[in-house]
Design a protein around this ligand. Sequence first.
Ligand code: DAH
Length: 340
Amino acid sequence: MKESLQKIEQALQQELTSCATTSDLLTLRGKYLGKNAEISTLMKSMKDVPAEQRPAMGALIHQTKQALELMLNQAELALKQKELNEKLAKETIDVTIEKPYKEKGSIHPINLELMRLEKILTGMGFSQIDGPEMDYDTYNFELVNVPQDHPARDMQDSLFITKDILLRTQTSNAQPRAMQNIKPPFKVFCAGRVFRKDEIDATHTPAFYQVEGIYIDKKVSMADLKSTITQILKEYLGEGTKTRFRASYFPFTEPSVEVDAVCNVCNGKGCPACKYAGGYEILGAGMIHPKVLELNGIDSNEYSGYAFGFGFDRFPKMRFKIPYAKYMFEHDIRFLKQFK
Ligand code: DAH
């Protein structure tokens, strides 16, 4: 018996020398300590051993079993360490290797400026809404009081897709959508592209940007409009900005105004910087025509409101001294790269 036990130990030692992986080791563990292992058979045969020899034999088998376990455990530890070392060696990361340079995008000058204005408007309680760039004639014209035969349609050469669908000519198409969907009082703005049939020159492109603001509540007055616009322009163009409100006409507002920023070079007298106009036009605005409120389901006896619309492209042009409007639409990477 003693001999058999020694042989088992030696056999395991022998097999361990050629055991190369932890999964091979698992097989060995089964072979030497499992249910059908030799040592288990010896344990079972204990019942045939004379009673007086049993304690000594039992102790011997137990010792051998412990020795086998120890050998297997040590081998497992060593193999695990070896496998870990191999894995680490294979997965080494060389942090000094140069990666190919990937160019990062930059924010378009129009968006840079829009973000600035959007921040001011949200700071004043306006929520941002979206309007579709392709829209029904109804929203772009009819529901803002520009019916089919209205002379105001001549002011805008539109790009029609079908008889009833066009590329919006103004962000005012957001007005009916807001009025029909939001319960007053509300203050919203919509910023985005509008489209008109225009030849490209220094100041014209067939696509350009507008920002539309709408406020509807009980007892909104021209005084609200004037103070809000003045404040927006002061925050946007600088504290010293002087504004000039001129009477004007828009089909969707009554009364209507156009707002100029007074030229800060000549203080409104007229000079080459403002092309002798004394300032430059910034936006159109006015008190929302009661008819527009009614057309879009708002009771004009209970509510009133103002609306304004900035032509936006001038601001990035002024701020970044961009000489031609078309640069902003050409996607020329050399131009865009400058706005990091
Ligand atoms: N939609 C006008 C345009 O494209 C601008 C405008 C004027 C918008 C007056 C308004 C407004 O909301 O009240 O020329």
